[in-house]
Design a protein around this ligand. Sequence first.
Ligand SMILES: Cc1cc2nc3c(=O)[nH]c(=O)nc-3n(C[C@H](O)[C@H](O)[C@H](O)COP(=O)(O)OP(=O)(O)OC[C@H]3O[C@@H](n4cnc5c(N)ncnc54)[C@H](O)[C@@H]3O)c2cc1C
Length: 300
Amino acid sequence: MTATATPTTAPFRFFDVQVARTRRLGPSMVRITFTGERLEELVSGGRDQRFKLFLPQPHQTAPVFDDMGDGWYTAWRAQDPAERPVMRSYTIREQRPDPCEFDVDFALHGADDPASPALDSGGPASRWALRARPGDRLTVLAPAVEDNGGVDFRPPPGTDWILLTGDETALPAIAGILSWLSPGTVAKVWIEVGHEDDRQPLPTFADVEVTWLVRSHGRDGADGGPVLDALRAADLPEGTPYSWIAGEAGTVKAVRRHLVGERGFDRRAVKFTGYWRRGATEEDLIAELTAAATAAAGKE
Ligand SMILES: Cc1cc2nc3c(=O)[nH]c(=O)nc-3n(C[C@H](O)[C@H](O)[C@H](O)COP(=O)(O)OP(=O)(O)OC[C@H]3O[C@@H](n4cnc5c(N)ncnc54)[C@H](O)[C@@H]3O)c2cc1C
């Protein structure tokens, strides 16, 4: 998980934003376009640019912070969980200068679950995205400089080809990476989605082969799911690879193990990030990281 126990602010800063418009991309995804004051100071590094999103509680019209200065994280943690903004990690899908706005593509997890009504399933961010309307307000902690620590996709010199895998949550980052690649770069991509109609065009100048994998419902992805099955069966190009893997943490782990253990990839050339974990909210993941950081500090 890329959530850190103590997210740093610089070179990130807070922006109050509002929904300009929403567009359903498919059964499991919605694109939300945000606008706001001073958005010209938000500078995305592109590719898999991550940022933090702060949602109001259901009884609030905008997120309520005790402190938005350098000590914001300590103050946020000390706030009443029923009052403090809900913090989640997302990807800047695309940023445009005129008018100043940016898109975020939200996976509507739970929206396709026949057992529960869409509006009540998923988590706070997924539910918020499903209901979002123009004018809805939230706050983001986003980059103010292009070369920032929120971009992980950094293939080293000498890379011959790129391998990408992910699910709906990683699709915005994969789209950003593909649109960034230079002409002639060879890339092989496997993307797992819930429905055929979740597939979307992925414009790129690179020489890319995309394999869409539609999940069969009821299958637990903890064993690596369809992505691992497809990778196991794949003929991979010759030469030095660089791979970027994101999505459900169990799947990410299984795919990484396959690439390093069975395919002989150099582990330094496998950038892997659990974007979510089955059965755990982002608060659970942050609590784990905080506990681990505290335990490590105690041993020093
Ligand atoms: C760096 C980074 C970038 C990310 N970028 C994006 C992005 O651009 N778009 C995007 O949609 N997501 C993205 N994610 C993933 C997103 O942050 C998580 O899915 C998050 O848990 C959603 O918050 P929530 O409030 O909806 O659910 P939570 O309250 O966190 O979780 C509630 C329950 O839903 C489950 N859950 C969470 N996500 C999913 C899912 N996708 N499918 C099925 N079950 C799920 C959890 O396991 C938990 O049981 C990113 C994550 C990281 C770390």
